[in-house]
Write a protein that binds this ligand. Structure first.
Ligand code: GTP
Ligand code: MG
Length: 198
């Protein structure tokens, strides 16, 4: 799929105020700093469509980006960042869980996982939560440029093992990406295109 247009539409902290248009949308979620906003820029080939930072906690709101005039990419705040204020200290912020529980337009969530790390409890909790509320999701391993190519399969296998130990029967569909090197871009866009065409 070719990206011919990508525009920021709106930011908000209320799932009910997200765009009303019945267009399919894909949301990026995962721990702070895992690379959600960078991946949106990589996919759209726009350097700073979504704001990124070396410090965790950059994205604070639900951000809708309209792509090719007919679908949305959604950038979300990360979870698991210890320095959030006391008020927002619940594991997953209410407006984020509201988004996942209410958003009829959401066709697939992408759960981003830093490929370098061992499976983290908070990610497994979030994945289980998506299972409970029956939101379809894929796993996106990020920052693949940070490990040698030969080690990628081993890291994916370890993650699969963690999921199976966490009561999942199989590894969900997954993608290995690097926003730095545009790894996984074609596969992800093809996946999205396939769903949009259904
Ligand atoms: P929050 O908005 O804080 O939740 O973070 P985020 O998940 O949106 O992460 P963001 O895209 O802002 O990236 C965090 C840091 O990781 C930045 O310094 C990025 O440059 C870096 N980064 C993101 N993706 C990659 C990648 O594929 N490879 C490398 N090497 N660095 C990456
Ligand atoms: Mg971000």
């Amino acid at each position: 799929m070719k990206i011919t247009s990508a525009e920021f539409i709106v930011s908000n902290s209320d799932a009910d105020k997200c765009p009303k248009e019945p267009l399919p949308e894909y949301a990026f979620i995962g721990r702070s700093n895992v690379g959600k906003s960078s991946l949106i820029n990589m996919l759209t080939d726009r350097k700073s469509l979504a704001k990124t930072s070396g410090k965790p906690g950059k994205t604070q709101l639900i951000n809708h980006f309209k792509i090719n005039q007919n679908w949305f990419l959604v950038d979300l705040p990360g979870y698991g960042y210890a320095k959030v204020s006391k008020k927002t200290k619940e594991t997953f912020q209410k407006f984020i869980t509201d988004y996942f529980e209410k958003r009829a337009q959401l066709v697939c969530a992408f759960v981003l996982i830093d490929i370098r790390l061992e499976a983290q409890k908070i990610d497994l909790e979030f994945i289980n939560y998506l299972g409970e509320i029956e939101v379809p999701f894929c796993i996106i391993f990020t920052k693949a440029d940070k490990i040698s190519r030969g080690k990628i399969d081993g890291h994916v296998a370890a993650y699969r093992k963690a999921l199976l130990a966490n009561n999942w029967e199989e590894m969900p569909q997954y993608f290995v990406t690097s926003s730095l090197e545009a790894t996984g871009r074609d596969q992800l866009l093809e996946f999205i295109d396939g769903i949009n065409d259904e």
